[in-house]
Write a protein that binds this ligand. Sequence first.
Ligand SMILES: [Zn+2]
Length: 615
Amino acid sequence: MRIPDPVIDDVRAASDIVEVVSSTVRLKKRGKSYLGLCPFHTEKTPSFTVSPDKQMFHCFGCGTGGNVFTFLMKVEKVTFPDAVRVLAERAGIALPQQGGRDQDSVHEPLFDACRRAAMFYHDALHRTPEGGLALDYFHGRGFSDETIRTFGLGCSPNSWDGFLRFAQQEGMTTVVLEKAGLAVRRDDGSGFYDRFRGRAMFPILSTTGRTIGFGARKLRLDDPLAKYVNSPETPIYEKSKVLYGLSQTKEAIRADEAALLVEGYADFLSLYQAGIQNVVASSGTALTDDQIRLISRYATSIVLVYDADSAGSKAMMRGVDLIIGHGLEVSVVQLPEGEDPDSFIRKRGADAFVVLVKEARNFLDFKVDQFRSAGLLGSPEGQTRAIRSIVGTIATMNDELRRNLYIKHLAEKHGIYETVLFRELERQLAPAKGSGPARRGDPPARADDERAQEERMPLVERDLLRVMLEHGPDIINLVREEIASEGFTTTTGSSLYAILLKRAENDLPWDPSRLPDEIQDEVMRDLVTDLLFVRDEISKGWEARDSAPEEVDPRRLAAGLLDRRRRDQLDREIAANQEQLKAASARGEDLREYLLKHQELLKLRHHALKSAVNP
Ligand SMILES: [Zn+2]
C-alpha cells in the first residue's frame, strides 16, 4: 500500500531535518548550516553539512546527500515507506493502515516476528515453570520488576515448540521465523524447532528501539548448550553494528558526551538500574569498528568497564587501540580483582562505582600497568616490546599535538627518555607516509565508475543543472528550448535533466528537497545535494571577504550559461573540423568542403559571442 503524497508532504513538513539528524549526529551551527561528523564514512574533521533552509544534508567527504527521508533510510537501513512511517510516528501523524503494511518493507515481517516473540517471552515469565526460574535469576542479580519491564526481559519455555505453536497460531510463517532467527530447521529437513529453550531472554533493540534479536542465558544446570546463546545474524540483526541498550541510553550518552562500555547484559542493567545511564554493552561480539563509530555519533570519549580478569584486560587492550584509531578519547576503569561491574555495584553501591569512573585511568597508564604486571618491564627486550606497543597506539592518533602530549606524559610519569619515545614514534609514523595506505577517514569507494563519469561532466552543464535545481520551472523551460532531453554529456546529467523536465510540468511549488524521494540512483541523488551545497561554500568565502555577491537574475545566469555551452560546442566542432582538414590534406584530397565548413562555424561562433555580450 503506497502512502499518499499529501500525507508524505505532511510528514516532511513536520520533520525538521536538523532535529532528525541531531538524534544520531552531534551537530554544531556554522553560518546558516550545521556541521557534524559524517555517519556514512569515518572522518575526524566534520564535513557533513545539514541545511535547515534547504531541508537537505550533504557530506563533502564522501559525497552522500539527500533529504530527511534519505537520511533515515541510510542510517537505519530502512525502505522509503518505513522512513516515512518512523517520522510520522515521531510527529504524531496517523498513517492510513490498509492491511498492506507488510508488503511495504521486505524486513517488516521480521521486525514484527521479533516484536511478538519479545512479548511472548515476557508473558511467559508469569505462566510457565521456566518463568519462576528466570524471575529467580533476575531478582538474584538484583533487577527490579521495573527494570524487567523496561527492558522487556523474559524467558523461553523449556520445550521444542512452545514459541513455534504460538507463532503459527498468530499466523507467522516458518519462513519468517527461520529468517528472524527464532526457529531452526531440523537436520533431516522434516520441520522446525524453537531456537531458544528454557532460557532467560534479553531482547536486543535497534537504535530506533525495534526488537531485532535476542540474547539468551541458560537457566538449568543440565542445559548442554553455552551459557549464552544469541540470535544468529539476520537481515535485521548485524551483530557487529549493534550495541545493547543504546536505544534507551543514547540521550544520556549525548548529554554526557561520554559512554561507559560494558561487556554483558547484566552489567548494563545493573548500571542502568543504579542510575548510571550513559552506558552500552557490546554483548555477543568483541568490540568492532562499527560499534565505535556508532558510539562516536553521541560521545567523544569512551570509558571501558570490563571484568577484572585476564580476558577482560586483553579485551580492553584491544579496545583501547581500536577506539584511539577512531579519534575518540578512551580511559579504563579498573575493578577490584575478581569483580565485574554487576557484582561491584551490588556489593559496594552506585556511589562507589561513580568514584571508580571518576578515577578511570588514561589508556597509557593502563597499558604500562598491564605490561608491568606481565613482567615485561624487567628486561631490556621486554621494555622495548612494551614501548613499541604503547607508542604504536599513540601513532594511530591523527592529531600531532595530542601525540606529543601523550609522549611527554609517558616520559614524565614512567621515567622513559623522551628522545627514545619520539624516535620510536617517528619510526612508526614513517612507513605510512607516501605509501598512501587506505587510512581511516578516506571516503568509501562506492559506485566508482559512475562517480568518475560524473566528474567528466562539463562545468557549464553542472552550473546549468544547479540553476535549474535552485530556481525551478521558469529556468527549466528556458533551458528546454535549447537542450533536448538527452542533451547532457553524461548519463547522470541527462537523467537528472529528464527528472527536472518532468517535475517542471506540474504546478506544485518548487521544492528541490522533494527530489531525493523520486531518485533511486544513489549517484544522481548525491549529485543533487552536491550541486545545491557547493554554492554555499562559495558564498561563505564571500562572507569572509565581507562583500556579498550581487544577486544575479537567474534568467540572465541561465542565458549566459547556454551561450557558453553553445560556444564550447562550436569550439569543439571547429577543432574536429580542423583535424579532418589536416587528415584530408595529408591524403592529398580536396579541402574545399572543410574550408567552407570552417568559415561557417567561425561565423556562427562570432554571432554567439555577439549575443553573449549583448543579450
Ligand atoms: Zn561522509
